[in-house]
Design a protein around this ligand. Structure first.
Ligand SMILES: [Zn+2]
Length: 285
């Protein structure tokens, strides 16, 4: 058990008709919580570093930490770069041992998205690193755009088929009603659209971003329709790390930060375990 590629886990998930959780980490305790949860559930897991996190952690340190945690907890773990827009950062992550990268050129027009994605695929392929791209655009809650404007950014199924052919990516993030961050009202997923995309690109694992706040039933339905990777970030960041650290520092009378670390690890592990239970990767190591 060690670091594995996204492609490896996705192929297994496609065969078994389940999804694998992808969890953001920002601190070492956060990462340990992910590894611990994977071990407890006997589940493979995807650990994701965002571009913002990379500015703090550095490529080599991130790879070393992730490699060590996967071995300590004896689990299959993907180290994935989330939402990268910068080719140089992607190249550095590939060079240093990431096993998967996401190139997000979803805010660009179709051909520009294809061009940069294909360039990343060509580079990553030399090192056996998997590539996820995004077509359509999954926005953030902070974007304040109206529902009909958001729907205009949903992935067009026929375009997805063309995009896969034009780029050769291993996984595709689709815009079907989820957003990043906390939801102000319950998210409405466009299930017929997920089904149609899966029908047109049946061998490509689909990725759902913005997993925080999506109901268990919606997750299960999306997985039945072809979603194979589900991203959860906000929940870990806010409930797993920030709230727990703040509360623990405020209530602990001692001067040993290790007591806080233990609480953060456990809080992160609990969140990851509950997601693993829902998406069906328990026992899939
Ligand atoms: Zn995302």
């Amino acid at each position: 058990m060690a670091l594995v590629t996204l492609d490896y886990l996705m192929k297994k998930a496609m065969k078994g008709n389940y999804a694998i959780g992808a969890f953001n980490f920002f601190t070492y305790e956060n990462l340990i919580g992910i590894g611990l949860a994977a071990q407890r559930k006997n589940s493979p897991v995807i650990a994701m570093a965002s571009v913002g996190a990379m500015k703090i952690m550095g490529e080599k340190g991130t790879v070393g930490a992730c490699y060590g945690v996967a071995r300590d907890y004896d689990v299959d773990m993907v180290l994935h770069l989330d939402h990268a827009t910068d080719y140089d950062l992607i190249r550095r992550c590939v060079d240093n041992g990431f096993t998967s990268v996401m190139i997000d050129a979803s805010s660009k027009v179709y051909q520009e998205n294809v061009d940069i994605t294909a360039q990343v695929v060509e580079y990553a392929a030399k090192y056996g690193v998997s590539v996820e791209a995004e077509l359509g655009h999954v926005g953030g809650q902070e974007d304040h755009i109206k529902v009909d404007e958001r729907e205009a950014l949903f992935t067009v199924p026929e375009d997805a088929k063309r995009f896969i052919k034009d780029t050769g990516v291993d996984a595709l993030a689709i815009a079907v009603g989820t957003v990043h961050g906390f939801y102000k009202s319950e998210p409405k997923l466009d299930f017929p659209r997920i089904a149609r995309i899966h029908e047109l690109v049946p061998t490509i694992p689909l990725v759902l971003h913005g997993g925080t706040g999506v109901s268990d039933d919606d997750f299960k339905k999306a997985i039945q329709l072809g979603v194979r990777k589900i991203n959860v970030g906000t929940e870990l960041k806010v409930h797993g790390v920030f709230d727990v650290s703040k509360q623990a520092y405020a209530s602990d009378s001692g001067s040993d930060p290790r007591s806080v670390s233990v609480k953060v690890i456990e809080a992160c592990a609990k969140i990851v375990e509950s997601r693993i239970d829902v998406i069906g990767s328990v026992g899939k190591l």
